[in-house]
Design a protein around this ligand. Structure first.
Ligand code: COS
Length: 383
């Protein structure tokens, strides 16, 4: 749903200019320094990108899912690590509180997430619990007015810098499944939290992940999301429904950027007496990538609109994530191929994107988990 086309167009224009003039020229630096440059971070905060999807009453822009998807596609046209730092505040770092939090929890934390004053992270994955999220082992045992958290969370995006964590932990050790899990808001400076060393990753340099270790970490009981035990797994799943659509939109943006890079290179580079873009085998790669990026865009926009209309889009979000994450992998592969030897060289953006996009098929639910969710929902609906 688009609430005000003119305002949205202004926002998209501003973001497109920011991506073109500030982010793309700094992609190399982001990768080399493995950090978002401080001045760019400050500009992002100034622009309000930390609060894009946060409701206006909490200081955000309150974008609908359709608007958010269009914004994510625009931001997708540069290195995904730029998005990671603020995308989490809009997405998995804030949505648990927004979807299921109490009014007090929202008032206390969300406005600071919207401005970027605090950075957030979502702690679901563990060393022995990835795709099988309901098997997580971190415990949160009630002790008077507190819960005591013990356990390790793994590959936590923004882990090294996060000021606020949404943590899924087992409050009922007798219930080994989803029903025993609760979600907590945990402030980053709470005693008993340790951060592991930043992980060395294949790509997405500038976006950081690490282990978050809870060692007798005492969290006020009032910080259990929604004030009720046993709801944490469902909260996490609802957060991921939205997150998966957002990531799908980012994949579309990246794919469109790679199509642009491929076309520009193919028109410039000459072989056998003609530009690459005149050779039919290269044209086939360009056409396939264009078509697939367009299919991804159409899919994401349809699912986003249906979400705004109040439809349960759990299946569609998984369909979009499955298609778009795989699609951008194929597009990145073709982009390298169109660039030939140059595509293997670090000075060309496609080399970096080729590594960056690999993560999309894994995080916020692997391709195989999306297949599982889609098929399970199909069977359930048919029964
Ligand atoms: N929205 C709301 N509730 C949901 C839901 C959703 N999208 N998906 C599941 N639930 C509910 C179910 O309805 C069920 O509730 P009841 O017990 O009341 O019926 C409960 O949650 C448990 O669901 P289910 O039985 O489907 O859980 P499973 O353990 O079988 O597995 C999958 C669910 C595999 C889908 C889940 O573990 C998953 O998404 N794994 C991937 C995790 C992931 O994406 N990790 C990425 C890291 S975070 S960046």
């Amino acid at each position: 749903m688009i609430r005000d086309q003119e305002l949205l167009d202004q926002l998209l224009d501003t973001l497109a200019r920011f991506v073109r003039e500030r982010l793309i020229p700094n992609e190399g630096r982001l990768a080399e320094e493995d950090a978002v440059p401080a001045e760019i971070l400050a500009e992002m905060k100034e622009m309000g990108v930390f609060g894009l999807s946060i409701p206006e009453e909490y200081g955000g822009l309150g974008l609908t899912m359709e608007e958010e998807a269009l914004v994510a596609m625009e931001i997708g046209k540069t290195s995904p690590a730029f998005r990671s730092i603020f995308g989490t505040n809009n997405g998995i770092g804030a949505q648990g509180i927004l979807i299921d939090g109490t009014p007090e929890q929202k008032t206390r934390y969300v406005p600071r997430l919207a401005t970027g004053e605090i950075i957030s992270a979502f702690c679901l994955t563990e060393p022995d619990s990835g795709s099988d999220a309901a098997s997580l082992r971190t415990t949160a045992i009630r002790d008077g007015d507190y819960y005591v958290l013990n356990g390790t969370k793994r590959f936590i995006t923004n882990g090294p810098e996060a000021d606020l964590f949404t943590v899924m932990a087992r409050t009922d050790p007798d219930d080994k499944g989803a029903g025993g899990i609760s979600a907590f808001i945990v402030e980053g400076d709470t005693p008993g939290i340790r951060r592991g060393l930043a992980d060395k990753k294949m790509g997405q340099k500038g976006a950081h992940t690490c282990d978050i270790i809870f060692d007798d970490c005492r969290v006020p009981a009032e910080n259990i999301i929604g004030g009720r035990e046993g709801q944490g797994f469902k909260t996490a799943m609802k957060v991921l429904d939205r997150g998966r659509l957002h990531i799908s939109a980012v994949c579309v943006g990246v794919a469109e950027r790679l199509v642009e890079e491929s076309l520009a290179f193919a028109m410039e580079r000459k072989q056998f007496g003609a530009a690459l873009s005149e050779h039919q085998l290269v044209q086939a790669m360009l056409a396939d990538s264009k078509t697939e990026a367009y299919a991804g865009r159409a899919m994401v926009m349809d699912a986003a609109r249906r979400k705004d209309d109040g439809e349960n889009v759990s299946t569609l979000a998984s369909c979009a994530k499955l298609f778009c994450a795989e699609m951008v992998g194929r597009v990145a592969d073709r982009a390298v191929q169109v660039h030939g030897g140059s595509g293997y060289m670090a000075e060309y953006a496609v080399e970096r994107f080729y590594r960056d996009v690999r993560l999309f098929r894994i995080y916020e639910g692997t391709t195989q988990i999306q297949q599982l969710v889609i098929a399970r929902n199909m069977v359930r609906e048919a029964q």
